[in-house]
Design a protein around this ligand. Structure first.
Ligand code: FES
Length: 119
């Protein structure tokens, strides 16, 4: 069975068990729309953002998670995990994706129904 076979008709892609994402860490999922970073904070909240800082495309998945924010590893911009917006005074926005946890598993919803590659 391929990952594509697991996509349900609503467009939710099963990614991994919640416990496969470290607390205060991230897991990167390769998609046809680019790499998506799925973050988990200390409250077990899950967020999905494109793995590219709005400043100079730094890998947000390697940043430091605190509360609902991640600090970019390159130049320390702080990005709101819920909306993808840079915290002032910095300006910019990273795309976010709907993500959910169901029965202990993380599901990602991509706007297109393209299959997830190499999750
Ligand atoms: S690339 Fe993220 S702060 Fe510069």
């Amino acid at each position: 069975m391929s990952a594509h076979d697991l996509i349900d008709t609503t467009g939710w892609h099963p990614i991994c068990a919640l416990d496969a994402i470290p607390v205060l860490g991230a897991r990167v999922v390769r998609t046809p729309d680019g790499d998506v970073a799925i973050f988990r904070n200390e409250a077990d909240q899950i967020f999905a953002l494109r793995d590219a800082c709005p400043h100079k495309q730094g890998p947000l998945s390697q940043g430091i998670v605190h509360g609902q924010t991640v600090t970019c590893p390159l130049h320390a911009w702080k990005i709101d995990l819920a909306c993808g917006e840079a915290i002032a005074p910095d300006q910019g926005c990273t795309p976010t994706y709907p993500v959910r946890v169901q029965d202990g598993h993380v599901h990602l919803h991509l706007v297109s129904l393209s299959p997830v590659a190499g999750s």
